[in-house]
Design a protein around this ligand. Structure first.
Ligand SMILES: Cc1ncc(COP(=O)(O)O)c(C=O)c1O
Length: 402
C-alpha cells in the first residue's frame, strides 16, 4: 500500500487494528469500567415489539427511508424537546442519525475546514478528539470548574485571538449535563453567559447531551438549546444512554437552515427504518414511562457504590460525585501517575481509561499545552456491584504499590 495514495486526513490514522475492547470481545473475568456501556440488566426486552412491527409495517421497515428520518419519530423527538423547554422546535428542526457520534461527525462535515479552531473543555469527551482532528482543526482548550465551562476563560481566549489577528473558533463543543469525563453539570448562570458570549461573537455551540435524562439528583437546568434565542446552538441527542446503544439512533436538533444542509451531507441511504420504528414504538409504550426512573435509579446506585469503594480504597483521591450520567472522574494526588495506574490495571483485567486521553493536547497557544497525568476515568454503568467492589479494591492495591 502506497502511503501517497491516502488523503491528508489519513496521515495520523492508526495502521493497526483496534485492540479488543467491547464486552463481547473480553473474557468473563474482565472488569469493564472503560467505555460507557449500558447496564445489561437495563436493556429493554424488545423482541415482541420487533416481531409485531415487522408484521404490521413490513414494507415501511424493509424499504429505503427518508434521509432526514421518519416523520413520526422526528415529531416525537420535537415534542420531547418542546417538553424539555426548547421553544419553536418542529419535525423540520430534527435530523435522525446513526447515534450521537454520527450526528457530531456530520456537524463537523458541515462546519469545519482545515485550520479552523474548535473550543473544547479541558478535559473533553475523548472520542470527539480524533473526529475533530480528522477535519484538520486546531484546539482552544477552555478550563472547567465545578460550575462547568469557565466562560471568562473562553472570553479571554477570544480576546487573545483577536489581538493576534486570528479568527475565533468555529464552534464551542460542550457536554453541559454530567460532563464526560468530569461529571460536572454546568450551572444556569454559566449556560446563560456562554450563550451570550457566543451569540455576541457569532460562534456556534455544539451541545452534546446524551445523558440529560439520566439524572439522579438535583433539578433539571434548561439546556443550551432551550436557553438560546438566536439559533446559535446545534443540540445532539441519542437513545443510547436511556434505551440501548446498539440501536444507534441519535439526532441533531437545530435551525432548519442547518438541517437542510446536513441532510445533503448524510450519505448513508437513511438510518434504519426498522430501528427508528422500534425506538418510536418503545417510546410510545407504557413500558417507556417506567423505564426512565429505573435507568436513573440503577445508575445512581452503581455510581454511589463506586464512589464509596474509591473513598475506602484511595481516600486521598478527589471525586466529584456526578448528579447523573455513566462516568466517574478520579483525581489522584499530584505526582501520582494515572497513565501507569491505568496500564497496570488493564494488565490485571481491570479496564479503565487514563485521564490524559481526555485532553486535546494540541492547543493554539503552546503554553496551554498541559496534560495532567493524575486522572483516571471509570464508567460504573456496565459492571455489577461485586465487580465494582473487587475492581476498585485491586485498583487501590495497584495504586498503593505505584
Ligand atoms: C459525551 C458523549 N457523546 C456522545 C456519545 C455517543 O453516543 P452514541 O452512542 O449515540 O453515538 C457518548 C457515549 O458514551 C458520550 O459520552
Amino acid at each position: 500500500v502506497n502511503e501517497k495514495n491516502f488523503a491528508r486526513r489519513a496521515a495520523a490514522l492508526p495502521t493497526t487494528f483496534p485492540a479488543p475492547h467491547f464486552p463481547s470481545e473480553m473474557g468473563a473475568d474482565t472488569k469493564i469500567f472503560d467505555s460507557a456501556f449500558a447496564a445489561p440488566e437495563l436493556l429493554p426486552d424488545l423482541a415482541e415489539l420487533a416481531s409485531k412491527i415487522l408484521s404490521d409495517h413490513k414494507e415501511e421497515l424493509l424499504q429505503y427511508s427518508p434521509t432526514q428520518g421518519q416523520p413520526y419519530l422526528r415529531e416525537w423527538i420535537a415534542e420531547y424537546l418542546t417538553d424539555d423547554g426548547c421553544a419553536g422546535i418542529g419535525p423540520n428542526n430534527i435530523l435522525i442519525t446513526n447515534g450521537a457520534k454520527h450526528a457530531l461527525d456530520l456537524i463537523c462535515r458541515l462546519l469545519l475546514d482545515e485550520g479552523d479552531l474548535v473550543a473544547v473543555t479541558a478535559p473533553t469527551y475523548f472520542t470527539m478528539l480524533p473526529i475533530f482532528r480528522s477535519f484538520g482543526v486546531r484546539f482552544i482548550e477552555v478550563s472547567q470548574d465545578t460550575q462547568g465551562i469557565i466562560v471568562d476563560d473562553l472570553s479571554a481566549h477570544f480576546r487573545r485571538l483577536a489581538d493576534n489577528d486570528l479568527p475565533l473558533p468555529k464552534i464551542v463543543y460542550d457536554i453541559p449535563e454530567f460532563h464526560n469525563p468530569s461529571g460536572v453539570t454546568t450551572s444556569r448562570e454559566r449556560r446563560e453567559k456562554l450563550i451570550e458570549l457566543c451569540g455576541r461573537h457569532d460562534v456556534l455551540i455544539v451541545e452534546d447531551s446524551p445523558y440529560r435524562r439520566v439524572r439522579f439528583t438535583g433539578d433539571d437546568i434548561p439546556s443550551y438549546k432551550a436557553l438560546d434565542t438566536g439559533d446559535n446552538v446545534l443540540q445532539v441527542g441519542t437513545v443510547s444512554k436511556l434505551i440501548a446503544p446498539g440501536l444507534r439512533i441519535g439526532w441533531v436538533a437545530a435551525h432548519e437552515q442547518f438541517i437542510t444542509r446536513l441532510i445533503a451531507l448524510k450519505s448513508d441511504g437513511g438510518t434504519s427504518a426498522l430501528l427508528q420504528r422500534l425506538v418510536y414504538e418503545f417510546c410510545m409504550s407504557p413500558a417507556f414511562r417506567g423505564h426512565q426512573p429505573q435507568v436513573s435509579s440503577t445508575y445512581h446506585e452503581k455510581c454511589d457504590r463506586m464512589v464509596v469503594a474509591f473513598r475506602r480504597e484511595i481516600p486521598e483521591a478527589e471525586i466529584l460525585p456526578p448528579d447523573g450520567g455513566y462516568c466517574l472522574w478520579v483525581k489522584l494526588p499530584e505526582g501520582k501517575d494515572g497513565d501507569l495506574l491505568t496500564a497496570k490495571a488493564c494488565a490485571a483485567d481491570i479496564n479503565i481509561f487514563k485521564g490524559s486521553l481526555f485532553f486535546a493536547n494540541a492547543p493554539v497557544f503552546p503554553e496551554n499545552r498541559t496534560v495532567p497525568k493524575n486522572f483516571i476515568r471509570l464508567s460504573y454503568s456496565y459492571a455489577t456491584f461485586d465487580e465494582i467492589d473487587e475492581g476498585v479494591r485491586v485498583i487501590g492495591e495497584i495504586y498503593r504499590a505505584l
